[in-house]
Design a protein around this ligand. Structure first.
Ligand SMILES: [Ca+2]
Ligand SMILES: [Ca+2]
Length: 271
């Protein structure tokens, strides 16, 4: 009992000692570091990481992340838990860049659009294209740049935000209604935009429908009116810029002859 207590105290002191010496994160300690497009740090659905922006010698630190965009899919990256000197709401602090890393595709918005002071930031986007695209995210600290110390830290989280609805049916006497609710309390100027894609069970695209839904608003779409989705059945995916959990989605197949209806909930990828 006493031995394990002393071991615990010794271990605690050792950890404290390491922490006070330097908090430079391990991506920056590597020879192949994360300071540009050579980064090996690829984010996956559910990845969470703790980073610092401690100055590298005399050079302000940058942290770069690889993100893979699948076709007709959507994503969200959140930076939170920031220390006081970072001020990540400044221009260019958190950005999404082309695969070349030379130009910015998207600047972050406040994680809480229209509220707060922006210390936590978000990137929410759709890859509407038909190919797999590799891009980069970059974090840097306008607030402290070359004076950032080991205490200047943040946390980053990444999610795929595509929603899957595994059934719709517009054949054999059924009609399916797709219901999409914007569950956020964001300001009216920040609706959620996206696209519902309709697929056959072999994975071929049948049709699509774009939407923009106001906060607390809903889309009620008769899917038999979507070109390519009339008279057939299959599955639905929804790509959008509302972040992880921003939309609540279900499809309802109605069968007028019997009065039956069949609900199919939409789901996000689990963490
Ligand atoms: Ca770093
Ligand atoms: Ca770095």
């Amino acid at each position: 009992m006493r031995r394990s207590l002393w071991l615990s105290i010794a271990l605690g002191l050792a950890l404290l000692g390491v922490r006070s010496a330097s908090a430079t994160d391990y991506w920056d300690l590597a020879t192949d570091n994360d300071n540009g497009i050579g980064t090996d740090n690829e984010l996956l659905n559910g990845t969470t990481q703790q980073h610092d922006l401690q100055v590298n010698g005399a050079v302000a630190d940058q942290d770069w992340f690889v993100v893979v965009n699948y076709p007709r899919s959507s994503y969200e990256a959140l930076v939170d838990s920031t220390s006081g000197d970072l001020n990540l709401f400044g221009a260019g602090a958190f950005s999404r860049l082309y695969a070349t890393g030379t130009s910015v595709l998207q600047a972050a918005e406040y994680a809480n659009p229209g509220g707060g002071t922006g210390y936590s930031e978000a990137l929410r986007w759709v890859n509407a294209g038909t190919t797999i695209v590799e891009q980069f995210l970059r974090v840097q600290a306008p607030g402290c740049t070359t004076t950032c110390g080991p205490e200047d830290q943040y946390h980053i989280r990444f999610h795929e935000t595509t929603v899957s609805v595994p059934r719709f049916n517009n054949a054999s006497g059924q009609i399916t209604v797709l219901i999409i609710q914007n569950g956020t309390g964001w300001p009216p100027a920040r609706p959620i935009g996206g696209t519902a894609f309709f697929w056959d069970t072999a994975g071929a695209l049948l049709g699509s429908s774009n939407f923009s839904i106001a906060p607390r608003g809903a889309l009620v779409l008769n899917t038999s009116t979507v070109a390519g989705a009339a008279g057939v059945g299959g599955t639905i995916t929804v790509a959008h810029d509302g972040g992880y959990g921003g939309l609540a989605i279900k499809s309802v197949a109605l069968e007028p002859a019997t009065g039956f209806s069949f609900d199919t909930p939409g789901t996000y990828k689990p963490d």
